[in-house]
Design a protein around this ligand. Structure first.
Ligand SMILES: C[S@@+](CC[C@H](N)C(=O)[O-])C[C@H]1O[C@@H](n2cnc3c(N)ncnc32)[C@H](O)[C@@H]1O
Length: 346
């Protein structure tokens, strides 16, 4: 059963009305009480007038930030940059990055909608990295049925060292071009990886393809900030999608019963204005076997194309500097949580 939505997100402000999404997603419905799953079901724009929506539609305040610009520098949202980013980050990843953004509590909460309810399910963990999320998966599913895929050999080397993951299959590969035939897995899980995919729609379409009929995808990822400074650093660093973008990508890929559950570190007390590196868990069910109904052209990024080393290095350094801001945010929020009396907003 779903636990309360959001660890400590009780003080979310719910507001009336939302402007229509310019991409045509329409308006979004959500649970007025902010408990359990937010079922962000898109309502066709044509069917809802703005005035009617003002009166009837309730959405969390955080999803009405200024539209996320489609083109921002996002210096680390490319495969080559992500590769080098994790070349260094993998050394400290489990000890420095996860405790601030992706705790065991959050992981278990985020995996709940994946319905890992049978030990013989076959699961692929895409962008599985050091295996932190996979450790949550193998609590429910036999490790021999679990495949970890990541483009970073350095991250995967850490996963290989973990005893509970010894029987998992560990594969180097690209989330946007999965090396599996259609209809292979019962579950697709990906946590904290979409932000590095140059073409997130393609990765989600791949999730659809590799799932079996009735299989479920569970994608855990960041959410876009509303606070200006956080927005600046988010845009410089990598992709922070908006909640409605996730829904749109899932639905376009062909998923049904698309749901979004908010997550966040407990000590944030539900604050989402700075964005979250792990801010939501989005699930969808594959209704038909075979390929996704969405046909995409060639991949956006050609990794074999040579890059100017100077441009690459500058992008990399700027991106890494922006990422540092997000190492500090959870510390700042933790200090606030310690100082501000319990029950008060921070
Ligand atoms: C923030 S880590 C998340 C690791 C793990 N899922 C966890 O929960 O701790 C992001 C991972 O995505 C991987 N990644 C980034 N782009 C990828 C791509 N295109 N294909 C496969 N993996 C990718 C990175 O190498 C990195 O290991």
């Amino acid at each position: 059963m779903a636990s309360a939505m959001l660890n400590g997100a009780e003080n979310l402000t719910l507001v009336r009305a939302i402007a229509p999404n310019p991409k045509g997603l329409g308006f979004l419905r959500s649970d007025i009480h902010g408990k359990n799953f937010i079922n962000l079901t898109p309502i066709p724009r044509a069917k809802v007038s703005i005035r009617a929506a003002r009166n009837r539609t309730l959405v969390p305040k955080c999803s009405i930030s200024a539209p996320r610009p489609a083109s921002q520098p996002r210096f680390i949202q490319h495969k080559k940059e992500a590769f080098w980013f994790y070349r260094f980050l993998s050394i400290v990843y489990d000890h420095v990055i996860n405790p601030g953004h992706w705790t065991e509590d959050m992981r278990d909460d985020a995996l709940e909608p994946a319905e890992l309810n049978n030990r013989s399910l076959t699961v692929v963990d895409v962008g599985g990295g050091t295996g932190f999320t996979t450790l949550g998966i193998v609590k429910h599913v036999d490790a021999k049925n679990v495949t970890i895929l990541d483009q970073s050999p350095h991250q995967l080397a850490k996963a290989r060292q973990k005893e509970p993951l010894k029987e998992c299959k560990i594969i180097e590969g690209d989330a946007e071009d999965l090396p599996f035939p259609a209809d292979t897995f019962d579950r697709y899980v990906s946590a904290g990886s979409i932000e590095y995919w140059p073409d997130p729609q393609r990765g989600i379409t791949e999730a659809y393809r590799v799932l079996r009929l009735g299989g479920k995808a569970c994608l855990i990822g960041p959410v876009y900030p509303t606070f200006w400074l956080s927005r600046f650093f988010a845009d410089v660093w990598m992709l922070f999608p908006k909640e409605e973008e996730y829904i749109e990508w899932f639905e376009k890929a062909g998923f049904k019963n698309v749901q979004l559950k908010r997550i966040g570190p407990k000590w944030y007390r539900g604050v989402r204005r700075h964005g979250l590196i792990m801010g939501c868990s989005v699930t969808g069910v594959k209704p038909y076997s075979g390929e996704s109904p969405l046909q995409l052209g060639p991949k956006a990024e050609d990794v074999s194309k040579p890059v100017n080393p100077l441009v690459f290095l500058s992008r990399f350094i700027l991106g890494a500097m922006a990422a540092t801001y997000y190492v500090l945010v959870p510390i700042y929020m933790w200090l606030k949580d310690q100082i501000v009396p319990k029950g008060q907003p921070i």
